[in-house]
Each structure stands twice: as structure tokens, then as C-alpha cells.
Design a protein. Structure first.
Length: 112
């Protein structure tokens, strides 16, 4: 199950999108005290990049909305890697729980 989609918006420019509220872990996100909106998913992406994929740092930008997560840029491979990492978290409740607990323990605050 792939929840994120990568589109080419104009030649050489890409957007990675996730419709908020459509993942199997939405109820769990609520149980963990968060709103499964685009801003929360930006936090998930930031945590993944800073803790397990530092090579992705500064290779794309974020532009979430309440109803959608969006990362964009010209580096298709970086966005593909982010999509793969986020898809695991978006489909695996235990992985999501671990990410949120570890992020909070390190002082990270989700902006949802």
C-alpha cells in the first residue's frame, strides 16, 4: 500500500503528497494526542530526516496544509526516499508509536 504520491508539477519539479486523514494509523495518531493533518506529517518527515536520513537534509522543502502533507523540490530521488520512509510509518502502527514517543523524548514538538 503506497499512500504517498510523487508528481511532476512542471518539468524537473516534483511534489510529494499525502492526503491527511487517509492513513491506517490516523486513529493511533489521535490516541497519541495529535491531529493527523498535513502539519503533523511534516513533523514526521522532519523527524525521519533528522534521525535516520540526514543525507536528505536541505534537499527539498515543505508546504503542508491542514488537509495535505506536501514536500517539493527538484531532487526526485530525495523525495522518493522520503516517500518510502514515510510510507512505512503511515502503514505501521508500532513504527508510528515509536517515532512519536522517541520524538517527544528528544524534545521535538509536532506542530499539529
Amino acid at each position: 500500500m503506497t499512500l504517498l504520491r510523487l508528481i511532476e508539477t512542471t518539468p524537473g519539479k516534483y511534489s510529494l503528497l499525502l492526503d491527511a486523514g487517509t492513513t491506517p494509523v490516523d486513529d493511533l495518531i489521535g490516541e497519541l494526542g495529535h491531529e493527523p493533518n498535513g502539519y503533523f506529517w511534516e513533523g514526521v518527515a522532519q523527524v525521519l530526516v533528522s534521525t535516520e536520513a540526514q543525507t536528505l537534509e536541505d534537499r527539498f522543502a515543505y508546504d503542508p496544509e491542514a488537509g495535505m502533507f506536501c514536500a517539493y523540490g527538484t531532487d526526485r530521488s530525495a523525495l522518493e526516499e522520503l516517500a518510502a520512509r514515510m510510507n512505512v510509518v503511515a502503514t505501521d502502527g508500532e513504527r508510528m508509536r515509536r517515532l512519536v514517543v522517541e520524538a517527544k523524548a528528544s524534545g521535538f514538538e509536532f506542530d499539529d
